[in-house]
Write a protein that binds this ligand. Structure first.
Ligand code: NAD
Length: 487
């Protein structure tokens, strides 16, 4: 098996195995080949990982933020040096084309370590509060042992986006990748140790929906940061709330992308394609409801069809491939099911809608698909598909399109393409979402906060704001005189 790690888990600075755990097969989505066999964590492994993190956290938190930052920046350097190997592994784990992983996956993880390593010495300051003689001060302190639970679409990036702010703030993390993509996070853990992280401060354990709850309900865990679907978010947030733990929820979406008739149409089509086809459409913030002004609908659809049909689908390890398969057989069944519903409910199929005929074998490929004449009540306009399926809806009027864009339980992201700068800001102001783009889409550099509102979650990843979600304030009142009491 060509991607078999030394063992399933990485705890206390080393690989650890427990073959009593249920078998997790890692499958290369382009061929269906089993590339590694791992084991889900048993309760004993969960205990070991949390106990080791608890021990390491005390030491790690005692380091100066500058010293912690140096380790994270070293990890960023190592990730960049190994970008090719890490990207190849990410391609095997997810099926995403190497053309993407080489620029978007380990590199964004490295950015995260570099950014949080860089701000650690300045962004964790407290304040001093004068009280007229007496005074007080605040300290921003780590939460302790925190748990990260990942989705399968950006496994290495998620492992870093959660790990970097958590570690910068002096926490220890136990990270559980998705059972669908178990491999990349192990390499991140290895690199952190190589960069000088104390053993145990970042542990990785494998597992699925039965393992996650063991972490969430553990009494020594102070916080859970989940990237996953809304139904999982409800379960995890509910379990954490019962135990009064901190949570960050990065969940699903059905984000609107609005194209006005004054927009640069070619640029708007680029935005819409990025917002639906990158990572084979498996991006949480995707703008999957593309509202196009009726005045440019014909022009928009003609060019969109031409450009979509020119996308090169195939072997993800080939540098020229632009779109790979979906992550799993189950995901392909789900996406094909939504395509069938779109057809049955009367949407117009502009292009795609099936399995591409240029790829052979057992891979989980689906054609990039565009539906037009989609209406708000259709299933494909309401539910998250998480595949390369773009829904184009028509609109006439600004107020109408804002109301329709907001008529969703989700609120992760959104975008607007227009040449009118005032309208751009007015519209994003009205859209109910955590992250919005004007005249571009899906760019998430580490410097800017990322996260959702409504059912898409709460808390923020990236930017200095993420540190607030991995720390709490400790307040110290300093009495300068004698302590007075009325008795
Ligand atoms: P999922 O909800 O099925 O699983 C996510 C993770 O939660 C996995 O690691 C899984 O093992 C774990 N899990 C499942 N049940 C659990 C439970 N009861 N307790 C604890 N852990 C549990 O999601 P997925 O299919 O892996 O990923 C796709 C979803 O993730 C999509 O909805 C997508 O929009 C969302 N997503 C969101 C973001 C974001 O930042 N907002 C980013 C990527 C993906």
């Amino acid at each position: 098996m060509r991607a078999q790690p030394k063992a399933s888990h990485f705890i206390d600075g080393d690989y650890v195995e427990d073959t009593d755990g249920t078998v997790i097969e890692s499958i290369y989505p382009a061929t269906g080949e089993v590339i590694a066999k791992l084991h889900a964590a048993t309760p004993a492994i969960v205990e070991k990982a949390i106990a080791s993190a608890k021990r390491a956290q005390k030491e790690w938190a005692s380091w100066s933020p500058m010293a912690r930052g140096r380790v994270l920046k070293k990890a960023a350097d190592i990730m960049r040096e190994r970008n090719r190997a890490l990207s190849e592994l990410e391609t095997l784990d997810t099926g995403k084309p190497i053309q993407e992983t080489i620029v978007a996956d380990p590199t964004s993880g490295a950015d995260s370590f570099e950014f949080f390593g860089g701000i650690a010495p300045t962004a964790l300051n407290g304040s001093q509060i004068p009280l007229g003689g007496d005074w007080a001060y605040t300290k921003r302190v780590p939460l302790g042992v925190v748990v990260g639970i990942g989705a399968w679409n950006y496994p290495q990036q998620i492992a870093c986006w959660k790990g970097a702010p958590a570690l910068a703030a002096g926490n220890a993390m136990v990270f559980k990748p998705s059972e669908v993509t178990p491999l990349g996070a192990l390499k991140i853990a290895e690199i952190l140790i190589e960069a000088g992280l104390p053993k145990g401060a970042y542990n990785v354990i494998q597992g699925d929906r039965d393992t996650g709850p063991l972490l969430v309900s553990h009494p020594d865990v102070a916080k859970v940061s989940l990237t996953g679907s809304v139904p999982t978010g409800r379960k995890v947030a509910g379990a954490a709330a019962g135990l009064l733990k901190h949570v960050t929820m990065e969940l699903g979406g059905k984000s609107p992308l609005i194209v006005f008739d004054d927009a640069d149409v070619e640029s708007a089509i680029s935005g819409a394609m990025l917002a639906n086809f990158y990572s084979t459409g498996q991006v949480c913030s995707n703008g999957t409801r593309v509202f196009v002004h009726k005045g440019i609908k014909g022009q928009f659809l003609t060019r969109l069809k031409e450009r979509t049909e020119a996308i090169l689908i195939g072997d993800p390890q080939d540098e020229t491939t632009q779109m790979g398969p979906l992550v799993s057989w189950a995901q392909r069944e789900k996406v094909l099911g939504y395509i069938a519903k779109g057809k049955a409910e009367g949407a117009t199929l502009v292009t795609g809608g099936g399995i591409p005929n240029n790829v052979s074998g057992e891979g989980y490929f689906v054609q990039p698909t565009v539906f037009a004449d989609v209406t708000d009540e259709m299933t494909i306009a309401r539910e998250e598909i998480f595949g390369p399926v773009m829904c184009v809806l028509d609109f006439d009027d600004e107020a109408e399109v804002i109301a329709r864009a907001n008529a969703s339980e989700f609120g992760l992201a959104g975008g607007v393409f227009t040449a009118d700068i005032t309208r751009a800001h007015r519209v994003v102001d009205e859209l109910e979402a955590g992250t919005l783009w004007i005249n571009t889409y899906n760019l998430c550099p580490v410097e800017i906060p990322f996260g959702g509102s409504k059912q898409s979650g709460f808390g923020r990843e990236n930017s200095a704001a993420a540190l607030e979600h991995y720390t709490e304030l400790k307040t110290v009142y300093v009495g300068m005189g004698k302590c007075e009491a009325p008795y």
